[in-house]
Design a protein around this ligand. Structure first.
Ligand SMILES: *Cc1c(COP(=O)(O)O)cnc(C)c1O
Length: 367
């Protein structure tokens, strides 16, 4: 073995920070089913009610796992045509919308190219841009975590290829103003609007895609449809970019199980919409309960999570204390978010357990 293998690494990867993923349920529960049942998992923005029961049935009955999957995911795209309201010629499917972020970077980013992200936001844009050798230009979110459109436009230069926007944004939960999106699209740069939480916000710019050559909308089945573990997302692209994406994508990027699950999910919208309604109702309850605590201030959210400001530099500590009680929420170890926790909306019993733990901790702080 070459002891100097590190010299062979691409130099720019040496400083790559990597993405900090959450721990899987199998690790948190150490493989115990009873322990898994007791865990209150509010750190991944997953659907706590799980996937449609029809997904399980369809997977059990699927006869073709020994054959390669459809590399054009025709059935998924046909089902999405009706759901999205646009022709399937605009749709690309990926192994999670994460993969579509990667493919967009592969398509547009050469070493030295610049990509704008408005931070704090989802970490995968930075990750994939850096892996591709691009330069991330971070524009801080402004007052109320709003996108600073003026600053974004001022940062555009000849080397800027892509701007990533997230609406509603993760982890802040707020929408990007439609007029900001339009203004950016008007500059000609590729504008990606990540709508991973569309089903919770009800706001989308997808119907605009066919009118432009540089607007892309990304969506996922991970959050609303309860398919995070199966990895399937999709993008709504201008038609010419679909052809280009097909050239850079791996031929069998979306596995057969994920395709079956997505089609069944779209066929069982009634069930999934009921879980979305339950989550939205619970978001209101949780927000109200959090507002009642003296040391926490929840921010309004259009998604299935609530970002909370925590008083007195306690956020990291609170995160640990909740963990000890089997309650997992998300803490981000970055300067701008050091005093915040992101809490996914769970079931009513999850809210009760979380709030009871927070009240107990509040008392222990002498409040
Ligand atoms: C969760 C999330 C995704 C990832 O979705 P996958 O389809 O599971 O890869 C993408 N974007 C944002 C903003 C997210 O929060």
């Amino acid at each position: 073995m070459n002891p100097d293998w590190k010299r062979l690494l691409r130099p720019r990867l040496a400083s790559l920070r990597g993405y900090q993923p959450i721990l899987p349920i199998e690790v948190l529960s150490q493989g115990s089913e009873a322990a898994a049942q007791a865990i209150i998992k509010l750190d991944g923005n997953e659907n706590p009610y799980g996937c449609s029961p029809r997904v399980r049935q369809a997977l059990a009955a699927y006869p073709y796992f020994h054959l390669y999957p459809d590399s054009h995911y025709l059935r998924v795209r046909q089902a999405l045509e009706e759901y999205v309201g646009l022709s399937q010629e605009h749709i690309v499917v990926g192994s999670g919308s994460d993969e579509l972020i990667d493919l967009v970077c592969r398509l547009f980013i050469d070493p030295g190219d610049r990509v704008i992200v408005c931070e704090p936001t989802f970490g995968m844009y930075r990750f994939y841009v850096e892996v591709a050798g691009g330069e991330v230009v971070s524009i801080p979110l402004g007052e109320g975590f709003a996108v600073d459109g003026r600053a974004v436009r001022a940062a555009l230069d000849g080397r800027t290829k892509v701007v990533f926007l997230v609406s509603p944004n993760n982890p802040t939960g707020n929408l990007v103003a439609e007029e900001e999106i339009l203004r950016l699209v008007g500059t000609g740069v590729i504008v990606v609007v990540d709508e991973a939480y569309y089903e919770f916000s009800g706001h989308t710019v997808a119907p605009w895609v066919p009118q432009y050559t540089n607007l892309i909308v990304l969506r996922t089945f991970s959050k609303w449809a309860g398919l995070a573990g199966l990895r399937i997302g999709y993008g709504i692209f201008p038609q010419p970019i679909v052809g280009a994406m097909e050239k850079v994508k791996p031929p069998y990027n979306v596995n057969a199980a994920a395709q079956v699950a997505a089609v069944e999910s779209l066929a069982d919208r009634e069930y999934l919409e009921a879980t979305i309604r339950a989550i939205l109702e619970e978001r209101g309850h949780l927000f109200h309960k959090l507002e009642g605590l003296s040391f926490i201030r929840p921010l309004p959210s259009q998604a299935n999570f609530i970002l909370c400001w925590v008083e007195g530099g306690w956020a990291a500590h609170l995160h640990q204390e909740l963990r000890k009680r089997g309650i997992y929420v998300r803490y981000f170890d970055t300067p701008r978010l050091a005093d915040y926790l992101r809490i996914s909306v769970g079931r009513p019993q999850d809210t009760d357990a979380l709030v009871a733990a927070l009240q107990e901790l509040e008392a222990s702080y002498g409040r």
